[in-house]
Design a protein around this ligand. Sequence first.
Ligand SMILES: C[S@@+](CC[C@H](N)C(=O)[O-])C[C@H]1O[C@@H](n2cnc3c(N)ncnc32)[C@H](O)[C@@H]1O
Length: 276
Amino acid sequence: MSDQERRSTGWQLEQPASEAYERYLVPPLFAPWAERLLDAVELQDGDRLLDVACGTGIVARSAVSRVGERGAVVGLDINEGMLAVAAETTDAEPRPPIDWRRGDATDLPFPDGRFDVVCCQQALQFVDEPSAALEEMHRVLASGGRAALSVWRPLEYQPGYVVAADALERHIGDEAGAMMRSPFPAWDGDALRTLAREAGFDDVSITIEIGSMRYPSIEEFVRREAASSPLAEPIAAAEGTVRDELIRAVEDGLDAYTDHEGVVFPMESYCLTADG
Ligand SMILES: C[S@@+](CC[C@H](N)C(=O)[O-])C[C@H]1O[C@@H](n2cnc3c(N)ncnc32)[C@H](O)[C@@H]1O
């Protein structure tokens, strides 16, 4: 698709999904959660940090001021588009500089024991082989190193997305519904703990963290989520009347979370910390 085609108006794709992700989802959602993850892992001056599946790099960027000039920060992702936005969005000369790397979480391009801290925010659920990714995170940690991962709790704990996924399934199709559900794996805390232990981690601790997400309207909720994901195409391809029905269904379903400023709903995540 050409850039011009992407920039047509309304529900058509206005920008690549990576740019929409950085614009719509990072400031209100992933940036505050990144600070919580870095607090949980007690990142310190001088630490060498790896942000696995960094996306547009919010965890890595938030880590820079905490590790200081004596530290090091690397962000790794499999998606070139996400990494391009990460590089564009980074301050001109962060100290330390951030090393953006393309790579696969299940085959990290680093020697054993290279990092003091490994973080992975809301990405383990998207990796084809989560066990292999956890083993790799463990391998690249130095002795005494620490890891922190966040993974959304199952869909039943995400009222906004239960409603959106059901409405998408009904009005756009099964695949669209499945896409909206994909960030919310069925893992419970015990399953996550077992995965981490089997990968070699010690002292695995899991907390339930609750935050919230706000949008100025239901239409913006659906539009921004779609723009930041592969949902944009099937929604843009639907008839205008179908999109109207989709919005109405989400409005009806989220009536209890609608207020004077739009819509707000809780979001729940596991935060896993462990020693290497
Ligand atoms: C929801 S985003 C989270 C990005 C980032 N951690 C954040 O907090 O904004 C999930 C990311 O996982 C990346 N990803 C999925 N599978 C991967 C893999 N096998 N190796 C590296 N990155 C992967 C995707 O490209 C995407 O950027």
